[in-house]
Design a protein around this ligand. Sequence first.
Ligand code: NAD
Length: 342
Amino acid sequence: MSQTRVLVTGAGGFIGHHLVNYLKEKGFWVRGVDIKEPEFAPAAADEFELLDLRRWDACLQAVRDVEHVYALAADMGGMGFISQFHAQILHNNILINTHTIEAARLAGVKRYLYTSSACVYPEYLQTEADVVPLKEEDALPAQPQDAYGWEKLLTEQLTYHYLHDYGMQTRTVRFHNVYGALGTWEGGREKAPAAMCRKVAMAKLTGKPEVEIWGDGEQTRSFMHIDDCLEGVYRLMMSDCSDPLNLGRDRMVTINQLADIAADAAGIEIEKVHIDGPMGVRGRNSDNTKLREVLGWQPQIPLEDGIARTYVWIEDQLRAKLVADGVLAGDGASAEPVVKPA
Ligand code: NAD
């Protein structure tokens, strides 16, 4: 039996890199495409091509001879990034997504999965920390957060029309905060779970217990471990559901609680310092009713377990960096803070 050939765009990024490995283990032939190499581990893809998917010719090259496309490429990051670079995000992601889906249609791709976001939901439904979980149909009338959310909503519409006008089998997943190892953990694009693990690891490794939190920390979110994300994405791709579908956990925690969970994973006491910073909407949670109906499954991994696994990886990354920068002495495995002479 011949192997199904799939393309994962954004394969140099966090979810894309994991997805390539997951699909390889399922027996697919996988081409990964990204504008950059995976940062933390080599690609397991059968082919990995460096392409700028804003370009039409690059999209034609990327989709050649594949049957399924998982479209993950995006110019994106956490709140610090998406609340700042609106024009760049809207411009780049519109180009990536319009070119990729049209190239896929011309190439006769059979299934096309687009990765949208909970950022499509209207801000007016997310003004309270104790928010009502968001159902798929709540996305309209539209008032998404930031240019990032507008672009996601626009491309959702595009996939809808490709299905109805061209009969292309499109799938649209709305992720709610995915976290795990091998994700960006520093530099400005990192998301809250990775940033929190890094700050707590810094507190542990340097012996300074202060951990900065943007705002009062009472804003709420739900967080999904990468392993649940991969399972959900694959189940959706293989389903016959062409409507947008939430994919997230439906346990809501405050950012202060997230900090405590990371501190527990590190085995330390922290001192939270609340500072000004972008907080995004006040509250957000996923309503998983439709997810359970469609996939007969929902994300399972408890936040404490997922954060514990993620924390270990981020602490290792940070320790190695601090040793390389001379902030910590030692071999990295048992590093101690460098004591500078007074
Ligand atoms: P990521 O930033 O780690 O990965 C995105 C990848 O796209 C990056 O490797 C980046 O280099 C690549 N890319 C950017 N511009 C490109 C271009 N012009 N050509 C080719 N590749 C390009 O992000 P992620 O967390 O892995 O997210 C994957 C997808 O899921 C994105 O579409 C994102 O918007 C969506 N999403 C993620 C989350 C989350 O919590 N991580 C939440 C909601 C939606």
